[in-house]
Design a protein around this ligand. Structure first.
Ligand code: TYD
Length: 146
């Protein structure tokens, strides 16, 4: 997996003067069956979330309200993606290191996941992630955020 496999996916938007509506169907708008939904909210200014990779779980992140950044790392490349629309989301592949920061006040991050929560599926140490991804220090051009 590389960060290029993590793409922004546009979702349907039913525009209506009464308020817009967006929906997500597992297997249709996101390429996995949705087994879990969780959300981040009341994130204090300056806080960082994430800081891990998932071994097999696929996730899809949507900025339901406000905005935040997702930093993706595959050990060779790094990309910062700003999410600020409720009608598109970021597909996160397994074995991609992700960090989140720059949360705007009142922002809400919705995450759809392909697996139920299991702490054993996490890699929380960046060196361990590089090792598991088969990245040698010669390949690795990106230092973890400290
Ligand atoms: P975690 O995914 O580690 O968040 P972050 O990487 O942003 O710090 O989750 C924080 C805590 O919440 C951790 O103790 C596990 C728990 N948790 C669940 O119990 N179920 C879930 O679906 C998620 C995402 C987290």
């Amino acid at each position: 997996m590389t960060i290029k496999d993590c793409k922004i996916i546009d979702l349907p938007k039913i525009a209506d003067p009464r308020g817009n509506l967006t929906f997500v169907e597992g297997g249709r708008h996101v390429p996995f069956e949705i087994k879990r939904v969780f959300y981040l909210y009341d994130v204090p200014g300056g806080a960082d979330r994430g800081g891990h990779a998932l071994k097999t779980c696929h996730q899809f992140l949507i900025a339901m309200s406000g905005s935040f950044d997702v930093i993706l790392k595959d050990g060779r490349d790094e990309q910062r993606i700003h999410l600020n629309r409720s009608y598109c989301g970021l597909m996160l592949q397994p074995m991609i290191w992700r960090e989140m920061d720059n949360f705007s006040s009142g922002s809400v991050c919705l995450a759809l996941a392909s697996e139920p929560y299991d702490d054993r599926g996490y890699i929380r140490d960046y060196d361990e992630f590089l090792k598991a991804a088969g990245i040698t220090s010669a390949d690795s051009v990106v230092a973890p955020k400290t």
